[in-house]
Design a protein around this ligand. Structure first.
Ligand code: URA
Length: 434
């Protein structure tokens, strides 16, 4: 088999066989196929697309290219959740304790990543002393004893995807539906869960800007998961404005804690209940979504989800007192409002711009090496559809540097569109693929 022939076949619109795809993935991961040939194949796939069979073969070959987590020592059905990401996405912080409090084990591998804020691990480090450096044995024991554990990505999961994603990033071949679906699902399959619930975001702060694309991606990923024998479902949710109100690491932790106390913002609570229901049904703890929603609401109402978060934080070395007293979380030295210049209704918010404000304040990483300030960020006081009067705060900005604050405030105010007419309400959950 020759890489040249594989590239030409795809370039001419042919369908690659499983053997050809495996040959490519194996050779590229081993460094035997050079970047220029892999890039040519990615570009051919970008233009010619892949069939369902090809997409599945690529996913499996990448999933099997490195370590695979063995979660069989954990009792019960293991359900994983994946979000395609967005601004203010703190879902795992509230959802994991809610689901675990209902009896479904949560065994997660999480990352740090680049972006507007840190990843789940960075956010959790807002609890002083918290660590994700667990041995596999400790990780499995914690899941069995407490119901949740989160480990840093130590295992070499799907290295083929890591290498290919980096190549796609610099060759303008990221935004192909089949390549995105296979990339995400290869990592999820290697992470070992029995069932997968996907949260696919759509809107100005999401990877998929249109609902049509978000549904197409969700369908493609659900098909892959099911073909791989995993119970897979997807929720398509809005990311045309930030999720909830808090954007920034410790601020998001505080909002997740408030949500577990029953005081969460409506959109965030709805997302946790919708995703959580899918997880409880997949995990066999509930027969249907309506029953699952009641269970999830009751673990918020009786405080057991909050206690579950505290037990999890403590088991991983963190200061669990902050779960009950958020004043103990990292605090910014400057807190100032950004006020509206006019009366009217918030008609839209440029979601990705709000993310950039958090980055400017120091809440995210621009390069893998950059440090991150856990205390900074924004808390929105007005969201789309809200009425505002001139001089009223649209948000509070949390900063440790006056220059960064001024820069972020200017950008923030340009992200809001305020007009005289109340905008039409749009559903937050766009659909669920069961
Ligand atoms: N996220 C991934 O993990 N892979 C992609 O290709 C795009 C987004």
């Amino acid at each position: 088999m020759r890489m040249y022939d594989i590239i030409m076949k795809k370039r001419n619109g042919g369908e690659l066989s499983e053997e050809e795809i495996r040959f490519f993935v194996r050779g590229y991961t081993a460094g035997e196929i050079p970047d220029y040939q892999a890039a040519a194949l990615m570009m051919a796939i970008y233009f010619r697309k892949m069939s369902e069979r090809e997409t599945f073969a690529l996913t499996m070959a990448m999933a099997e290219s490195g370590d695979r987590l063995d979660l069989s020592a954990i009792k019960g059905v293991k359900v994983d959740k994946h979000s395609t990401g967005g601004v203010g996405d703190k879902t795992s912080l509230a959802l994991a304790p809610m689901v675990a409090a209902c009896g479904v084990p949560v065994a997660k591998m999480s990352g740090r990543g680049l972006g507007h804020t840190g990843g789940t691990i960075d956010k959790l480090e807002s609890f002083a002393g918290f660590t994700t450096a667990l041995t596999t044995k400790q990780f499995l024991t914690n899941v069995n004893e407490i119901g949740i554990a989160i480990m840093g990505q130590t295992a070499d999961l799907a290295p083929a995807d890591k290498k290919l994603y980096a190549l796609r990033d610099v060759t303008a071949t990221v935004d192909n539906m089949s390549l995105i679906a296979s990339s995400i699902m290869s990592k999820k399959l290697a992470a070992g869960a029995d069932a997968i619930v996907l949260d696919v975001k759509t809107g100005s702060g999401a990877f998929m800007k249109t609902e049509e694309d978000a549904f197409a991606l969700a369908e493609e990923m659900v098909k892959i998961g099911r073909n791989a024998g995993r119970n897979t479902s997807a929720v398509i949710s809005d990311m045309d404005q930030p999720l909830g109100c808090a954007v920034g690491n410790a601020l998001e932790v505080a909002e997740a804690i408030e949500t577990l106390k029953g005081n969460g913002p409506a959109d965030f609570v709805e997302l946790c209940l919708t995703l959580g229901s899918r997880m409880l049904v997949a995990g066999g703890a509930a027969g249907e979504d309506a029953e699952a929603r009641e269970m999830l609401s009751s673990v918020i109402g009786d405080g057991s989800a909050l206690d579950k978060l505290a037990a999890f934080v403590e088991a991983q070395g963190g200061d669990a007192r902050a779960v009950y007293d958020t004043e103990l979380l990292p605090k910014a030295s400057i807190v100032e409002p950004a006020v509206s210049f006019c009366d009217g209704y918030v008609r839209s918010i440029a979601c990705d711009e709000i993310g950039i404000c958090s980055l400017i304040l120091g809440g995210g990483r621009e390069t893998k090496e950059s440090g991150i300030d856990l205390s900074v960020g924004l808390v929105l006081k007005k969201k789309v559809g809200d009425q505002v009067t001139k001089g009223e705060p649209l948000a509070y900005l949390y900063a440790n540097d006056q220059g960064k604050l001024s820069q972020a405030r200017e950008r923030f105010l340009n992200a809001y569109v305020i007009g005289g007419e109340e905008p039409k309400k749009r559903p937050f959950i766009k659909g669920v693929l069961r």
